[in-house]
Structures are given as C-alpha cells and as structure tokens.
Design a protein around this ligand. Structure first.
Ligand SMILES: *Cc1c(COP(=O)(O)O)cnc(C)c1O
Length: 341
C-alpha cells in the first residue's frame, strides 16, 4: 500500500477528508448492514432532529503505526461501550458494540494510505458519531438515525515538546448534577464554546470545571480528565458522576499501578487541595497527557512545583510508558492493542 504524499510532521489538528467513510442507517427499527462510501457530504431534512434538538453523540479514537510496522488502534472496545452509553442516554438506538469495533477496523483499513508512519508523531484520528436524521418538530427522539465514522490524519499534538499549560478555574459549569456530563454528547461541547473562547482571549489554555452542585471539587476540562501527582508520588484522579470516563485516564491509572508500582486513588479532589500537588496533567486521546504548569483561581495563582518548562517526572513516566505501550515498544496488557493490519 502506497502512503499518501503528506508532510506528516507538519500536519495540524484539522479535518482532511480521506478516501472512505463508514455509514450505517437506522430505519423502521433496525440498522442496515452499513457500507464504506466515497461521499463526504450529508444531505438531510432542514428539520432533522440533530439540527433542531442536538440529538447527537460521538467518539474519538486514534490509529497509528507501531514500531513493528503494524497499523493498530487502542482499546476501541471501550469507545464502543461508551458510545452505547451515550446513545442510550440520548434515546438513540445502540449501534452494536461488536459492529462498532469492526467498522473502526474496516474504515481504517480502507484509509490505510493515510495512517502516518511510525515515528512521525502523527496519527489517523477516527471520529465515530451518530445523529437523529429525520424531521422532528415536536420535542421527541428521531425515528431514523445515521451512524458514521470518518477518519482524518492529524499531526503530532505537541510540536517541539509538551510545554506545560496555564488553566483557569471556570465560573461557568460544564455539566449539571445528574446531567449529561458523563456521556460524549455534542451538546456538552456546544455549551463549552463560549467559555473556551473567553479563556483563550484572557490568556488561558483551558478551563478547570468544578462540581456544579457545590463548586468545591475539581471535575475536568471541556475535553480532558485530570490526573494529579501528590508530593509522595500517589497518582490521584477526581471521581464524580458528571465526569466523562476518559479511556486515556483509565489506562494511565492502570499504568501507574501495574507498570510503575505507584499508589493510585480515584476520589473526590477538593479545589483546596490543588496547592498541595506536585504535578498535574490533562489526559485524553488527542494529547495523551498535557502537563499543567499553573492554575489560576481568580487572582490566586497556583504554580505546580514541576514548573513551566517541562512535564513533571511522574507525569513524564506515565506519558512515556503509555505511549510506549501504544507504539509497541512496551508489552501491552491483554486486549489493549487492536491490530488492524
Ligand atoms: C473525550 C473526552 C475526554 C477524553 O477521553 P478519552 O477517552 O481519553 O479520549 C475527557 N473529557 C471529556 C469531556 C471528553 O469529551
């Protein structure tokens, strides 16, 4: 297979259509068999449920080339399960989890020429999503749905090393108590756009959202979970029903415990504790870990002892071990690496 002529090292995080996308349609109570198609455009009713009432959810996964030259993806079964949870919560039909994983495999295979080579730092980003497509004007779920997966090559998240970021404690909430914070719904992102633009305008990289009920505990950012490292090297991650269960975060906790022999805790993390941590990071599929250098809480600055120049030592070990597992340099736990070709 001949790779596309793409300057892998200089790709950004943007959309570039590739040759094939997977589409399945739900109609009359059943999914069709689905197909890989060429057309990147979607035609739908002006009154489609997704356009009027935002009935849509999505996932994010990466495919990449390992040191051994294999094209693989990372724990897609967890994305399949999380997508099914999102679908149920949004009153959408579940696309069966085994078919989800198979469709990921098929669409990556069909776009293998766009999977960046090992060592480039670039990956093929995979975006599964579902939306209500038939016309709905009274507020109710759609009866027809489309499940699609497109892929797009994306560049290394950190060009020239992972520089610690500065985040602010947000005055706006991300998710309501007992709301939709724990699913990957488009609506959770729509409401975050104003706040992230405002954060960027004021010189911050991200928003730290607090628990919406008491505003005393740390939850997550708009698109990534937190991990913290205590001064005695415990890895701590916030626990709350309104946090999106990140695959990266769950994997990092296993890496911390089983590969690095560190103590791990998933528990409520009070905002008051932030000043006591040694290291902090954001984790998600796109960057794996973004180190945090500074947290600003309305005029009070918390500067992490790891500083603004590089990742803290434990964060770095976590990052190197998980990316080592993903890239085939370190043996993976059973079932983590899904070989595509
Ligand atoms: C997708 C997402 C994450 C990261 O999840 P991963 O499975 O690690 O990519 C974290 N928080 C939110 C709100 C997200 O939507």
């Amino acid at each position: 297979m001949e790779k596309k002529n793409i300057d892998w090292g200089n790709l950004g995080f943007g959309y570039m259509p590739t040759d094939k996308r997977f589409v399945a349609n739900y109609k009359n109570g059943a999914w069709d068999e689905g197909a890989l198609i060429d057309d990147p455009m979607i035609t739908m009713s002006e009154c489609a449920c997704v356009l009027q009432y935002a009935q849509t959810c999505f996932e994010g996964i990466k495919a990449y080339t390992t040191e051994q030259g294999k094209i693989v993806t990372f724990r897609p079964d967890l994305n399949a399960k999380r997508m099914a949870d999102s679908e149920r919560r949004l009153q959408m039909p579940v696309f069966p989890e085994d078919r989800f994983v198979q469709a990921v495999v098929d669409v990556v295979k069909a776009n293998a020429a766009y999977v960046p080579p090992y060592g480039s730092g670039a990956t093929l980003y995979i975006r599964p999503y579902m939306f209500g497509i038939d016309s709905v004007i009274g507020v109710k779920p759609a009866t027809e749905y489309q499940f699609r997966i497109f892929t797009t090559p994306v560049g290394p998240y950190f060009k020239g090393g992972a520089k610690p970021i500065t985040i602010r404690v947000s005055d706006v909430d991300r998710a309501a108590p007992h709301g939709t914070g724990d699913i990957k719904a488009g609506l959770n992102y729509a409401m975050s756009l104003y706040n992230i633009v405002d954060a960027h305008n004021k010189g911050f990289d991200e928003n730290m959202y607090l628990d919406p009920a008491t505003r005393t505990y740390v939850e997550e950012t708009g698109g990534a979970n937190f991990i913290f490292v205590t001064k005695d090297n415990k890895v701590v991650t916030p626990k709350s029903n309104s946090i999106l269960p990140s695959v990266t975060r769950r994997s990092l906790m296993v890496v911390a415990k089983d590969y690095l022999g560190l103590e791990v805790e998933e528990r409520p993390v009070a905002k008051e504790e932030l000043k006591d941590f040694a290291e902090a990071g954001l984790c998600g599929t796109a960057a794996v870990i973004s180190p945090i250098g500074k947290i600003v809480d309305h005029g009070t600055e918390i500067c992490l002892p790891s500083g603004m120049e590089e990742m803290g030592p434990v964060t770095k070990k976590l990052y190197d071990t998980l990316t080592g597992i993903q890239m085939g340099r370190i043996e993976a736990p059973e079932g983590w690496i899904k070989e595509i070709m």
